[in-house]
Design a binder for this molecule. Structure first.
Ligand code: ZN
Length: 878
């Protein structure tokens, strides 16, 4: 691991490399302890580089065996090699060839960056800077090269040999070894390099592109798990077709392979032609995967596939531009899922994710712009801001330009920049060029951190039928940016009449309003509508057109009305969610003050549950009150997680009691036949039924309903939810104890399902939570070295167990800090990601703040801390 040097990288320091690597030929002779890598690099000085510019290649913990320049072994004095750098001062004027031999020990690589072994399978992870753990290289995304890769390994242990591009040749070698050669004709940066070798099972299929080329598709999984990869294959084929139909983009190689491995730091990786996945995002069947798993697999298969154009064919000039590929590709996978599923339900899920993951980032010490200007450790910038807010920014471009001009802009982007390492400026320029608009103010979304706040106050002139909206925007200060500039915010609105329909209204001044969208470009702005026949309820930020926080003076009556009648389902959900959230905030502060609001909310939820005009998936979302973490975020300061927990439970009990018979009846009606389909509509019915199961169990106060659902479940969605209801509501009942034991016995040999078992127990609230989680770390199936397992137990405890993690005595923090320190020794990246769970510590009440600060300081004081963890901890401490 790299020990922190304190070096900070700045966007303004960017300059092109002095040398280009035109071709990269790699030979791997694989061995767990002594893998030999021979890299033959065809190098050329760039035209504007100084004649005497030295060649400085990146390394990370490398062992150099030999170095040959144009066929001559370089003498020891002719270069300088450390594990982290290779410098050659005297070089030929023209193009030259450099052969570098290094030796690696994949077996000892517990950081899971570079070449490592996962369950006996060799695999690689090179983004962002893992390639330098394989060989010395100009390991930066703007150095693009054509790769040819030869892999040699024993045939018995590694019958499958894969790399990027197309297969060229393969054959047998002496001593039971064999080899395969792969060639990727497309220029690519080193972070997209991949290699896989091992004994794997596979399923195959093919896809014919619209120009008539046949692409061989393969998904490789651990042997015996092949049947569980069929949904992923189906999702892949749908993704390929969708990208042709919606963006006109066709796949460009003869083969496309996906490999699933069980030890992986991230979700998945878009290596050219050879995507490598965390197996949790590939393997699924009804018995072992929930509907959420199916939806995630569909989305992530699509995401990585879509990178082939947005990321691979057009890559990032430098890592500051990470959002260029990620924000855009997240936007594309969101659109894909919206087309495959219900658009409104998908959008609400996106908004919830954005608010629960990105808003706290923007509001805390780790806030950074979508395109950061400085970093110490790039691995720490794979954040919700870069991904999710990055996607929102692309969505706003489409809102501002309209769908047609947006597509023209995308077409121009591919035409103009194919084969480039591009920047955010390049991306914005294509939209300016096709639309003739000036997007310079809009570009602040990329450059300025923080969630903009918009407040709206309204006056209605009954006599003149005129409505006036006074709108004000501001961006709260964030670390390193105390003063903020005024942004261009596209705010979609609707004026809803008493019959629930949208009223026709003409803007008095049309310059800042078009097609239902107000373009806020000033700090204060007034928009007037005339010709209204009645006072409308105002539906704001429809479709969540801008990722902002919003305050508006609206009566409870109007909000309740919108929660039932807004024609925009996303805004309808927002109205309801806002009411629930406000009520929870109020009752968590003054518990005794149970106004009649709870009763009215229970009534609205009852009506929504019974409303057949609404799709079940929407009803399930609407019936789920904001999480404890959501409420904490809305409160923002002096947070007492215990009070929020009580308030939320109280509200759930009131809703459950008020609708007891109706919910029980509906729960019964939704019980479908036994045939399972993972499609969105069936999943929606299961989701609604599961929400109702929780309410019904709360109303009855006994575990019978959940226990019987657990027993009779015919799929994992029903079984896992029943187990969660049992564990969370009735943790000590015998039915719960035996269901937990049954689940463990049933799925003990399936790591992905066992992760759910850990997860469910990690989220049981209350006093016993910490002891329970501590006990589970001693469970035979728990492994501190497997990222999925660590995330499911330790990560889930910190992120989703508000009362357990935030214990008033600080022991939850101490336990968590100890685990972070333990994980860091093996895997700094995973440790750093875990540590972000401390990001909102300043919002807590003073006692908890003190405990959290002490634990952060304790981590920061550990000698020899990695850059990854030190960077997060120090920024979090501020
Ligand atoms: Zn991505």
């Amino acid at each position: 691991m790299t020990i922190d040097t304190g070096k900070v990288y700045r966007l303004e320091d960017y300059r092109p490399s002095d040398y280009a690597i035109r071709a990269t030929d790699l030979t791997f002779r694989l061995d767990p302890r002594h893998t030999r890598v021979t890299a033959t690099l065809s190098i050329e000085r760039r035209e504007d580089a100084a004649l005497d510019a030295p060649l400085v290649l990146d390394g990370d913990g490398l062992k150099l065996l030999s170095l040959t320049l144009d066929g001559t072994q370089l003498p020891t004095g002719g270069f300088e090699a450390t594990p982290d750098r290779l410098t050659i001062a005297r070089l030929p004027k023209g193009p030259f060839s450099l052969v570098i031999e290094t030796e690696l020990a994949p077996e000892a690589n517990s950081a899971l960056m570079g070449l490592y072994l996962s369950n006996g399978v060799y695999c690689t992870q090179c983004e962002a800077e893992g390639f330098r753990r394989i060989t010395y290289f100009l390991d930066r995304p703007d150095v693009m090269s054509v790769y040819t890769v030869r892999v040699e390994a024993p045939k018995a242990s590694a019958p499958i040999l894969l790399s990027n591009g197309n297969p060229v040749e393969s054959g047998d070698l002496e001593d039971g070894w064999h080899y395969a050669v792969w060639h990727d004709p497309h220029l690519k940066p080193s972070y997209l390099f991949a290699l896989v070798a091992g004994d794997l099972g596979r399923i195959t299929d093919s896809f014919t592109t619209r120009s008539g080329r046949t692409v061989e598709l393969g998904i490789y999984v651990e042997k015996g798990k092949e049947a569980r990869a069929t949904y992923a294959m189906d999702a892949l084929k749908r993704s390929m077709l969708w990208d042709e139909e919606v963006f006109g983009l066709e796949y460009d190689l003869d083969v496309f392979n996906i490999v699933a491995v069980s030890d992986f730091n991230m979700g998945a990786m878009e290596n050219k032609g050879l995507n490598i996945f965390n197996d949790k995002y590939v393997l699924a069947d009804e018995e072992t995967a929930t509907d959420v798993d199916f939806a995630n697999i569909e989305a992530i298969i699509a995401h990585e596939y879509f990178h082939n154009w947005t990321g691979n064919r057009i890559t990032c000039r430098d890592w500051f531009q990470l959002c260029l590929k990620e924000g855009l590709t997240v936007f594309r996978d969101h659109e894909f899922s919206a087309d495959m599923r219900s658009r409104a339900v998908k959008r609400i899920a996106e908004v919830r994710t954005l608010k629960s993951l990105q808003f706290p980032e923007d509001q805390g010490p780790l806030a950074h712009p979508v395109r950061p200007r400085r970093y110490r450790e790039i691995n720490n910038f794979y954040t919700a801001t870069v991904y999710e807010k990055g996607s929102e920014v692309v969505r706003m471009i489409r809102t501002i330009l309209g769908a047609e001009a947006f597509r023209q802009g995308m077409d121009l982007y591919f035409e103009r920049h194919d084969g480039d390492a591009a920047t955010i400026e390049d991306f914005l320029k294509v939209f300016e060029d096709v639309s003739g608009r000036d997007l310079s103010q809009f570009a602040l979304w990329y450059h300025q951190a923080g969630t903009p706040h918009v407040s709206v106050s309204t006056t209605y002139d009954e006599a003149r039928g005129e409505l006036s909206l006074d709108i004000e925007q501001s961006v709260p200060p964030t670390p390193l940016e105390s003063r903020k500039r005024v942004m261009h915010i596209p705010l979609a609105i609707g004026l809803v009449g008493r019959n629930g329909g949208d009223l026709d209204a003409a803007p008095v001044d049309a310059t800042s309003f078009a097609d239902g969208v107000i373009h806020l470009k000033k700090r204060r702005q007034t928009v007037r509508f005339a010709g209204l026949s009645e006072r409308p309820a105002i539906s704001l930020n429809r479709g969540f057109s801008a990722p902002i926080t919003l305050a508006s003076e609206q009566s409870v009556e109007d909000r309740l009305f919108l929660a039932r009648h807004d024609s925009d389902l996303v805004a309808r959900w927002q109205a309801l969610n806002g009411l629930l959230s406000d009520h929870l905030i109020e009752t968590s502060k003054t518990p005794a003050q149970q106004s009649n609001m709870a009763g009215r909310l229970a009534e609205v939820l009852g009506a929504i549950a019974a409303d057949d005009a609404l799709e079940p998936a929407y009803r399930a979302l609407a019936l789920t009150p904001p999480s404890e973490a959501d409420v904490a975020r809305e409160i923002g300061s002096n947070i007492d997680p215990d009070a929020i927990h009580v308030a939320r439970n109280t509200l759930v009990d009131i809703i459950a009691a008020a609708n007891r018979e109706a919910f029980e009846a509906l729960c019964g009606d939704l019980q479908g036949d036994d045939s399972f389909s993972p499609d969105a509509e069936s999943a929606g019915r299961r989701a609604l039924r599961n929400v109702l199961l929780d309410y019904a169990s709360a109303a009855q106060g006994t575990p019978e309903l959940a226990a019987s659902q657990y027993r009779d479940a015919t799929n994992m969605t029903e079984r896992a939810v029943a187990l969660a209801v049992l564990a969370h509501r009735f943790p000590t009942e015998t039915q719960t104890v035996s269901a937990l034991a049954d689940f463990e016995a049933r799925y003990g040999d399936n790591p992905l399902v066992l992760d759910k078992w850990f997860q469910i127990q990690a989220t049981i609230p209350g006093d016993a939570a910490l002891a329970r989680v501590e006990g589970l770390t001693a469970h035979g199936a728990f492994s501190i070295g497997n990222p999925n397992r660590v995330r499911s137990l330790i990560g889930t405890f910190a992120s989703s167990n508000q009362t357990g993690f935030h214990r008033a005595d600080g022991t939850g923090y101490r336990f968590f800090a100890d685990r972070i320190i333990e994980v860091e020794k093996r895997n700094p990246q995973v440790a750093a990601r875990l540590a972000t769970a401390f990001r909102s510590w300043r919002s807590l009440e003073p006692g908890r703040q003190g405990h959290a600060r002490a634990e952060l300081a304790r981590i920061a004081a550990v000698p020899g801390l990695s850059t990854d963890l030190k960077d997060i901890v120090e920024r979090t401490l501020g």
